[in-house]
Design a binder for this molecule. Structure first.
Ligand SMILES: [Zn+2]
Length: 349
């Protein structure tokens, strides 16, 4: 073995180490030069026996020193590679804070809910309490207690969805056709004076078109007290509409029939778009009036059935459907659009 084998190996090993660019190359380098079994330095140490004692000492010491030097160089190179790999990953994974943010969709209340809240706020400020009842209702509360017995022709107007299950000893279950059942439920538990507004969903078995849906949102108003008459009903509704549609509004009552009131009335409000002029107005179809709700004086028979003395107490009730009112209010021509979840429509309100 040549005496300069150690310095030659040193140059070669350090050059190769500088060229090792990743973890795998580094491992391979370590095995090639410092490996216990086949490493190049081990090879030199194995051949020491062929040298003179003097040379053996010199070369042996140089080889041992080189082993330590190469191990240190290996560790340094390993650190260096780790640092640069970290720097690279920071560079490539960097967040570009100058990019414009992705827009967040901000939710909002459905237009019908917005209108419902306006109406309930107005009712509350007029002294009405808000009460809610079940959407799955007994035939008794939805029809019978409201003077619509089994074979009453008014049931044709209010065909609904029936539930297969029965509550033992009770009338059949159905999806309520109106929020009026809450009148009965409330009067069962409370004595006059009564002032409630009852909002909620109601259902009809109905073919849908631009003005008919099988589900609707209603608000029912009920007041029972001593000496209430049609004047109080009219005044209350006029006040309510003026709070919602402006202080100059007028209302019109036309005689109508509902089994649970006597007398009953269809209530219209003068059109807030044309101020009741009518001619050429799309909102009121040229009539000057907008149909708002059905109302009337609570039938004395209902009060008596609830244990309320109808000679002492009288009451008025009114119920309105909000989807049609919202069509007028927001200028939407098709009632079905409210529940198609189309953001192009809903995000306008
Ligand atoms: Zn009009």
């Amino acid at each position: 073995m040549a005496l300069d084998a150690v310095p030659l190996l040193r140059n070669e090993a350090l050059t190769a180490l500088a060229a090792a660019g990743d973890d795998a190359a580094l491992r391979a380098w370590h095995t090639a030069y410092l490996g216990r079994k086949d490493g190049r330095l081990t090879g030199i140490l194995r051949t020491l026996g062929s040298l003179s004692i003097e040379d053996r000492k010199t070369v042996g010491a140089a080889a041992t020193a080189l082993t330590l030097e190469l191990e240190a160089a290996f560790e340094a190179r390993e650190q260096e590679l780790r640092r640069s790999a970290l720097a690279r990953s920071i560079e490539t994974g960097r967040v570009d804070v100058t990019l414009p943010a992705r827009p967040h969709l901000q939710g909002g209340l459905h237009p019908v809910t917005q209108l419902l809240r306006k109406i309930l706020d107005a009712c509350r400020s007029m002294g009405f309490s808000i009460v809610e009842g079940p959407e799955v209702e007994l035939d008794y509360y939805n029809f019978e207690a409201l003077r619509i017995p089994q074979d009453h022709p008014a049931r044709d107007m209010w065909d609904t969805f029936w539930i297969d299950e029965r509550v033992a000893g009770q009338t059949p279950l159905l999806l309520r056709t109106q929020t009026s059942p809450m009148q009965i439920r409330f009067m069962e538990e409370h004595k006059p004076p009564i002032r409630i507004a009852s909002p909620g969903r109601a259902y009809r078995f109905e073919a849908t078109d631009t003005t008919h849906e099988w589900m609707m949102t209603q608000v029912e108003i009920l007041a029972v007290d001593e000496g209430l008459n049609m004047g109080h009903l009219k005044g209350t509704l006029l006040d309510l509409f003026r709070r919602l549609f402006g202080p100059e509004r007028r209302i019109r009552l036309q005689a109508s029939y509902f089994p649970f009131v006597e007398p009953g009335a269809e209530v219209a409000m003068d059109c807030y778009v044309c101020n009741g002029v009518g001619t050429g107005c799309a909102s009121c179809h040229g009539t000057g009036w907008i149909e708002m709700l059905g109302a009337g004086m609570v039938h004395p028979e209902i009060l008596e059935n609830m244990g309320i003395d109808s000679r002492k107490y009288t009451g008025f009730a009114a119920g309105m459907g909000l989807e049609r009112l919202a069509m007028q209010y927001y200028g939407v021509p098709d009632i079905r659009w409210w529940y198609q979840n189309d953001l192009r429509l809903l995000s306008q309100f």
